[in-house]
Write a protein that binds this ligand. Structure first.
Ligand code: SF4
Length: 558
């Protein structure tokens, strides 16, 4: 693993102090020479424990106690990984990636093949006035001061460089490779921040990944394209009524690849009484523009808004898929959570709003989850507000598991991407079949190409989009192009130079998917194909698939 390099710009004093405190707490452990043999024995004991499973907390503690009694200092898993890597680098221990995997504290964080780094923008008002949305002046709109990610951002003064650098360091210390990073920028409505702030924010996040400063966003992007930690996805969240052709061009200039949009509801009345400030058509228009410009669309949908009933919520959720203009690629299902610092609280106090009870909500979520199409990834089923903030209604943080168990108990199966990802399971190429799922939207024909096992476990997928003939395009240069909107191959997040037998990322599945997409586009009569590549994936498309930068996208002649 590459070590993180120091920044050359001096950050503000309070950021320096926070960083110093953090580093002091995370000072690497040094072993005395006589402790090194004990450490090697300890590692060997860990390796012997459950060759196929993660080393659980109790097992780790038991072994640690044994070796601490013999004279080893008490080591956390991150200490063990750091020491282990040091010894491997010196040639004193053979490197075993399986051992590192088993010891990782939170294997799910990088299971989908990339490491996600989440950063928050500075506190700033949002043009929206949604009654369910909390206001905390210390935070960007819709975030609460004591949410875990928000605390992290505040600790770093919302500085993009400090947030990104600290996250990378923390992930690398617990054994998570951070060479392929999806950057998730959260906070209110991104498009309402000044563009110079947006540009600076992205530039500084990239500087942190690059480990060196740059004079401009373009320079930071150029460095990142060949840097040690590549940005393989950039996500922002904004409102549908900000999505215009001009905004999409700006997103591409920043390197954005995915946009999160709060659909919340597809019912005009519910949108109006919850004061969303836009209509359903605005969501439909935004999704059409985003899709035609190749962006991945991540929608948020809310249950239990003011005026909704379980029956109206079921109808509304069905519209996400029956309305061809909506059909997002990814979804967060957020049942409305009643918090004191949202306007909805006053409605509840006046008896005009009542949250669903746990059973009603569980049954509703189970019915929703069971109807999600196979081309959609459900990323979340509940907002992670700390339960101490929730005034009434559901406080269960594990409602997704409860609702999923309900679906399975009813003999129904989840089809969504997250339920079918192979995660860390090893598969052979001959166990996988290529499957194409085609569906229509109001402006495109979408092909979801997937590599699946016989029992429909998903090893990788590609989203191929064919704009309908004569469709007005938000980016006119894309005329005559088919579009690859996403390529995703699963497996643990391997470093750029690592190799690992049987893991989907290293079986060339991505290349096969791209080759197939090109064939399909050529057969459909498209002369060219474009891909909405992130900064850090440009080299891959250029080197292996003959794509070249052409304005805001990479394109190839078919
Ligand atoms: S648009 Fe989003 S962030 Fe703004 S008030 Fe509405 S829910 Fe909150």
């Amino acid at each position: 693993m590459r070590k993180y390099e120091a920044n050359t710009i001096v950050p503000p004093a309070e950021v320096q102090q926070l960083a110093a405190e953090w580093l002091a707490q995370h000072e690497p452990v040094q072993l005395e020479p006589e402790q090194e043999l004990l450490f090697i024995q300890f590692v060997q004991a860990l390796v012997r424990v459950g060759a196929e499973t993660a080393v659980t907390g109790p097992t780790y503690q038991r072994l640690m106690r044994t070796y601490a009694a013999r004279g080893l200092p008490w080591l956390g898993k991150s200490d063990v990984l750091a020491l282990y890597e040091g010894m491997c680098a010196d040639g004193r221990l053979p490197y075993d990636p399986d051992f590192v995997t088993r010891l990782q504290k939170k294997p799910t964080r990088s299971q989908a093949g990339v490491t996600v780094v989440t950063v928050l923008t500075k506190p700033y008002p949002c043009p929206g006035e949604c009654i369910f949305c909390p206001t905390d002046v210390r935070m960007p709109k819709s975030y609460l001061h004591d949410e875990p990610g928000a605390q992290r951002a505040e600790r770093h003064g919302f500085d993009p460089y400090a947030q990104t650098a600290a996250r990378i360091q923390a992930l690398e210390q617990i054994g998570h490779p951070a060479e392929k990073i999806e950057l998730l920028i959260l906070g209110g409505t991104w498009s309402s921040y000044r563009r110079d702030y947006q540009e600076w924010f992205v530039q500084r996040c990239l500087d942190a990944m690059n480990g060196e400063d740059s004079a401009s966003l373009a320079e930071a992007q150029e460095k990142n394209a060949i840097g040690p930690r590549r940005n393989v996805g950039l996500v922002v969240e904004t409102r549908q009524d900000f999505i215009t052709p001009d905004e999409l061009r700006w997103f591409r200039t920043l390197g954005v690849t995915k946009v999160q949009v709060g659909i919340q509801s597809l019912d005009e009345h519910i949108l109006a009484i919850n004061k969303r400030g836009h209509d359903v058509q605005s969501t439909r228009d935004a999704f059409r523009l985003l899709r035609l410009a190749g962006f991945k669309i991540h929608g948020h949908w809310m249950a239990n808004l003011l005026g909704a009933t379980p029956a109206s919520d079921r109808d509304d959720f069905a519209r996400l898929w029956s309305d061809t203009a909506v059909r997002p690629d990814e979804l967060k299902i957020y049942p409305c959570m009643l918090v004191e610092n949202a306007d909805l609280y006053a409605y509840w106090q006046r008896g005009e709003y009542e949250p669903y009870d746990e059973e009603t909500l569980t049954a509703l979520l189970a019915d929703c989850l069971a109807q999600v199409p196979r081309y959609v990834r459900v990323n979340r089923v509940i907002r992670d507000f700390p339960t101490t903030n929730v005034v009434a209604g559901n406080k269960k943080a594990n409602l997704r598991q409860v609702a999923t168990a309900r679906v399975e108990a009813d003999g129904r199966a989840l089809q969504d991407i997250r339920a079918r990802e192979i995660r860390r399971q090893k598969v052979r190429r001959d166990e996988l079949q290529l499957r194409v799922t085609t569906y229509e939207t109001d402006a495109t024909t979408e092909h979801f190409l997937s590599f699946e096992t016989a029992d429909e476990r998903l090893a990788g997928f590609l989203r191929l989009s064919f704009p309908h003939p004569n469709q007005a395009l938000p980016i006119p240069e894309l005329a005559g192009h088919a579009m690859i909107r996403e390529v995703h191959v699963y497996g643990p997040a391997l470093n750029l130079s690592d190799d690992s037998a049987g893991e989907a990322q290293h079986m060339g599945l991505g290349s096969e998917l791209i080759t197939k997409a090109k064939e399909m586009a050529r057969a459909a009569g498209f002369p060219k194909i474009a891909v909405i590549s992130a900064i850090g994936t440009r080299g891959y498309y250029g080197r292996y698939h003959n794509f070249a930068m052409d304005g805001l996208y990479m394109t190839a002649v078919l």
